[in-house]
Design a protein around this ligand. Structure first.
Ligand SMILES: CC(=O)N[C@H]1[C@@H](OP(=O)(O)OP(=O)(O)OC[C@H]2O[C@@H](n3ccc(=O)[nH]c3=O)[C@H](O)[C@@H]2O)O[C@H](CO)[C@H](O)[C@@H]1O
Ligand SMILES: [Mn+2]
Length: 391
């Protein structure tokens, strides 16, 4: 039809006809495809400029990434990059890359988290146990996505109390401990430090440069090292009840001879959390340093017990810590009345308690590692060095 009309016109009918023949069906399809692709590209660029991104550039700081203002974006048609960097840690803490987007194109503008979905047939670690038989998670490097956890805890606006005893000469360890906590301890949350000491003036003299709230709480001077470590359960019983009940959501207790080397974040929080002793995680239960004398309240028979926990790092809600400390303190007092002291002091009572009150979460030995223990392959990250009593 077109040929005929054009043939009747003044322009050369011969030329038009030849061109039309060349424009075969396939050629027209190709042109339509190219045009479609170009339009798609332009639309996608326009959509990208409507997406804002924020990310945690440092653990602890939920901050908007550098992004132009709305008017600037529309004026200059600037594209805002989506961040796909790991959000937490100097070294990657998890294998997942995760970022958070706020789509301005959505009428609700709800923030969403975008991350790779977990693969049910590919466990995050297959060299270590990551779940106890009572279904409590064991926290190892590589088993969690920090950003998902953080999201959950931020909803509750939680406060964490980090407690440390520095009694007698141990005051000298406080500076190093707190400086490392400032750098690595739950950077994303509200943390108050509680320092239990018999020497408040010596603590003052340390002239600590810290940014978080610190409360110095006077406690009695005990007669010996044994009395002091046993007395920690008494201190906890009294202080959880009197001081901390409504002040914090979670309590964390750490030895003063711990120095944090890497991030310890909200992944440690839970109802009752205990850390697996780095010296016993390869041993079977008959070799654990449990108290084996039936005369002691801390007695655990050879065919009982799950793991050997170290009492230098534990976590819990205030009521759960109160309950645990009270039970341990009671056992210690009964032992004292009976003239017996458990083999590993309050740690023995702590372990006895945990056989019958299972922890809701366990920390792997990477949370209480000592440099003297070397570098076995399952310890992917040394989060602390415990046991150095030098300043
Ligand atoms: C290798 C070894 O045997 N480890 C045991 C030892 O750990 P540790 O050698 O780690 O005990 P430690 O000397 O660090 O004492 C525990 C903590 O109590 C505080 N403190 C202790 C004494 C003192 O005079 N002033 C003071 O402030 C301080 O916070 C210290 O870090 O003792 C623990 C008792 O908790 C457990 O029995 C451990 O299994
Ligand atoms: Mn210690």
């Amino acid at each position: 039809m077109l040929h005929e009309v054009q043939s009747a016109g003044k322009s050369s009918p011969f030329t038009w006809c030849k061109m039309c023949k060349r424009l075969s069906k396939a050629y027209i399809l190709f042109l339509a495809f190219a045009l479609g692709a170009m339009t798609g590209c332009v639309i996608s660029k326009w959509l990208m400029s409507g997406i804002k991104t924020w990310r945690w550039s440092n653990p602890g700081s939920l901050s908007w990434s550098e992004s132009p203002s709305k008017s600037e974006k529309y004026a200059k048609n600037v594209t805002v990059q989506l961040s796909v960097e790991p959000l937490y840690s100097d070294k990657p803490a998890t294998s997942c890359k995760c970022y958070r987007v706020l789509s301005e194109t959505s009428p609700l503008a709800l923030p969403r988290m975008v991350y790779q979905n977990p693969d049910l047939l590919r466990p995050p670690r297959n060299d270590v146990m990551i779940l106890t038989p009572w279904l409590a998670p064991i926290i190892w490097e590589g088993t969690f996505n920090y950003d998902i956890l953080l999201e959950k805890y931020k909803l509750h606006n939680y406060t964490v109390g980090l407690t440390v005893s520095v009694i007698g000469t141990y005051v000298k360890l406080l500076k190093k401990f707190l400086e490392s906590a400032e750098r690595y301890f739950i950077k994303d949350g509200k943390v108050n430090y509680y320092v239990f000491t018999d020497r408040p003036d010596d603590v003052k003299a340390l002239d600590l440069k810290i940014n978080r709230t610190m409360k110095v709480i006077p406690v009695p001077r005990y007669a010996s090292w044994e009395e002091t470590v046993l007395g920690r359960m008494e201190v906890f019983t009294n202080l959880t009840k009197l001081l901390l009940w409504n002040k914090v959501d979670y309590l964390v207790s750490m030895d003063a001879d711990i120095v944090l080397l890497n991030h310890i974040g909200v992944e440690i929080l839970g109802e009752l959390v205990a850390a697996i002793h780095p010296g016993f995680y390869r041993s079977s239960r008959q070799y654990f340093s449990y108290e084996r004398r039936p005369a002691s309240q801390a007695f655990i028979p050879k065919n009982e017990g799950d793991f050997y926990y170290q009492s230098n790092f534990f976590v819990g809600t205030v009521p759960r810590i109160y309950h645990m400390a009270k039970a341990c303190h009671k056992g210690i007092m009964v032992d004292k009345a009976n003239g017996i002291q458990a083999w590993f002091h309050e740690e023995s009572h702590f372990n006895k308690y945990l056989v019958y009150n299972k922890p809701t979460k366990l920390l792997s030995p990477e949370y209480i590692w000592s440099n003297s223990l070397g570098s076995p392959k399952e310890i992917k990250i040394k989060r602390v060095n415990h046991g150095n009593k030098n300043e």
